[in-house]
Design a binder for this molecule. Structure first.
Ligand SMILES: [Zn+2]
Length: 186
């Protein structure tokens, strides 16, 4: 019991440290660093061409799925944390720091029949700190292409949601009793 409490304390301290480091490293609005508020990350999808709606849907799915971070379209003239572009390669994400980087929605995978919304939320998952989990089932967002072209699931599973909450520190600041079973039940 004591060991477990100590371990949880250390985990909490580490997560807070990471959250603070992430906050300092990005150009997020000041409000994003308040303890109970989600960290706001802006994204610029103006160069995502025919995938614009899929990108917006992918961002909305993350907003529905986690409390610790919120993805918002960047205001005109502002610099975004995340840039999302269309190109003819394979979909990929380059993360600079947690919560910022560049995503390419590659037409190569779309041409092979992969779902554009799943691609969008998968690549945004990388920006939110998730690694690939390949091979894996369709229920896993980060199994990516290994789930096959028939897989159209764009939602992170409970473990993936919890990992993102941990990355952004929400699990630590959420008041007891707040609804979010995946984290509270752990
Ligand atoms: Zn991936």
């Amino acid at each position: 019991m004591h060991v477990r409490t100590l371990a949880r304390g250390l985990t909490a301290a580490l997560a807070v440290t990471l959250a603070l480091a992430g906050g300092q490293a990005s150009a997020a609005p000041a409000a994003g660093d308040r303890a109970a508020a989600p960290r706001v990350l802006t994204y610029d999808a103006s160069a995502s061409a025919e995938f614009r709606a899929a990108v917006d849907r992918g961002a909305a799915i993350w907003n529905e799925s986690v409390d610790g971070v919120e993805l918002r379209p960047v205001a005109a003239g502002q610099r975004a944390n995340i840039r999302i572009l269309a190109d003819n390669g394979w979909p990929r994400a380059y993360t600079t720091t947690l919560g910022s980087g560049t995503v390419y929605i590659g037409r190569q995978a779309v041409g092979q029949g992969y779902d554009t919304i799943r691609i969008s939320s998968h690549e945004l998952g990388h920006i939110l700190g998730l690694p690939d989990r390949k091979p894996g089932p369709c229920s896993s967002l980060m199994s990516g292409s290994t789930a096959g072209t028939s897989c159209r699931n764009p939602y992170p599973n409970a473990a993936e949601r919890a990992e993102v909450e941990g990355n952004f520190g929400a699990a630590l600041t959420r008041p007891a009793g707040a609804p979010r079973d995946a984290v509270a039940a752990g």
